[in-house]
Design a protein around this ligand. Structure first.
Ligand SMILES: C[S@@+](CC[C@H](N)C(=O)[O-])C[C@H]1O[C@@H](n2cnc3c(N)ncnc32)[C@H](O)[C@@H]1O
Length: 310
């Protein structure tokens, strides 16, 4: 009968079910001491044929870091800087040695320092001239400056900053960055400067999101197709209401063409400077106000499609 003979035909790409006994037999005929050939992904140096060796690399969506990494040039020298472990994880999974990480909110340079620690290169854009100068100096002292290009500019200004990034990429003999990192102000929670171009000075949440979307567009255009972007952000409360900044920013990333790959929840231990009396006060306020105190922020992970118009 034709239907049964058709169903017996070997279908391409489909493996026949193997019993446990035959699977065990297949393993036993592997010559002892011969390792499987390396299997490396196009965007990472992780050899997935040895996946058991990468226990230090996160694959779960809950990141619990025990304080802040303060080694290899990292320090808590800027109110609002992120823990370096986020970059260790993201750069290890989504870049190769020698590749370029682009950060459009450089701050105190955490992403650039970690990029160089891991044998990558970095381009960072920061609005505050004194901060850009401070990071340059810090990188010089750490002997890392030759691997990093720092641009003092406004990341929501695609024309000027886009041209500056293109020049920096050319200096590294590249057309596009290999990874994009975004750690914007969490709206007005910390005011970083008096500049009207500073995202933390946007008058409304909508205004902040519009400025952020301009930065997303610049990041999208500068990133190589198929490559990844990480966004670190937390939510905020205003007038007794939770403003879900994280999800609102995710939507703006999607708006410019990024596909969301993962939403990671990360503890914020290691971010706080003052503990003790302040945390007791917040506990009291939370109990009275009927809300919960933020103990987490997000690391959103996106991919730029391999085929995109821009
Ligand atoms: C949350 S901090 C980034 C901290 C950084 N990840 C670190 O570890 O130090 C945000 C930074 O974005 C900068 N910023 C705000 N608006 C900007 C803009 N339009 N263009 C470039 N940088 C901007 C602020 O000055 C601040 O340093």
């Amino acid at each position: 009968m034709s239907d049964s003979s058709d169903s017996k035909k070997k279908r391409p790409g489909r493996k026949r079910a193997t019993s446990h006994a035959s699977a065990a037999k297949a393993v036993s005929i592997e010559p002892a001491g011969i390792e499987p050939p390396p299997k490396v992904l196009p965007y990472s140096d992780i050899d997935v044929s040895r996946w058991r060796d990468y226990e230090h690399v996160e694959t779960g969506s809950l990141w619990m870091f025990n304080g802040r990494d303060r080694q290899n040039g990292h320090q808590l020298d800027y109110h609002g800087n992120c823990v370096p472990q986020i970059l260790t994880q993201l750069l290890t999974r989504y870049t190769k040695q020698g590749e370029i990480s682009l950060d459009l909110f450089l701050g105190s340079g955490t992403s650039a320092i970690e990029a160089v620690n891991l044998g990558r290169k970095a381009i960072g854009v920061e609005l505050k001239p004194e901060m850009a100068a401070y990071v340059r100096e810090k990188l010089e002292e750490q002997d890392k400056a030759e691997h990093v290009a720092i641009i003092n500019g406004d990341s929501s200004n695609a024309d000027w900053t886009g041209r500056a990034i293109k020049r920096a990429l050319k200096g590294f003999e590249k057309d596009h960055a290999d990874f994009l990192f975004l750690h914007p102000p969490y709206a007005d929670i910390i005011r970083f400067s008096d500049s009207e171009n500073d995202l933390s000075n946007a008058a409304t949440t909508e205004g902040f999101l519009d400025m952020f979307e301009n930065v997303c567009q610049l990041g999208f255009d500068m990133l190589a197709p198929g490559r990844f972007a990480g966004l670190v952000i937390g939510d905020k409360y205003a007038a007794g209401e939770l403003i879900p900044l994280g999800f609102l920013c995710m939507e703006r990333m999607n708006q410019v063409g990024f596909k969301t790959k993962s939403i990671i929840v990360k503890n914020i231990s290691g971010n706080e400077k003052a503990k003790g009396r302040m945390s007791n006060l917040w506990r009291y306020r939370a109990l009275v106000g009927g809300f919960y105190i933020f103990k987490h922020e997000y690391v959103f992970l996106f991919q730029k499609p391999k085929r995109s118009k821009r």
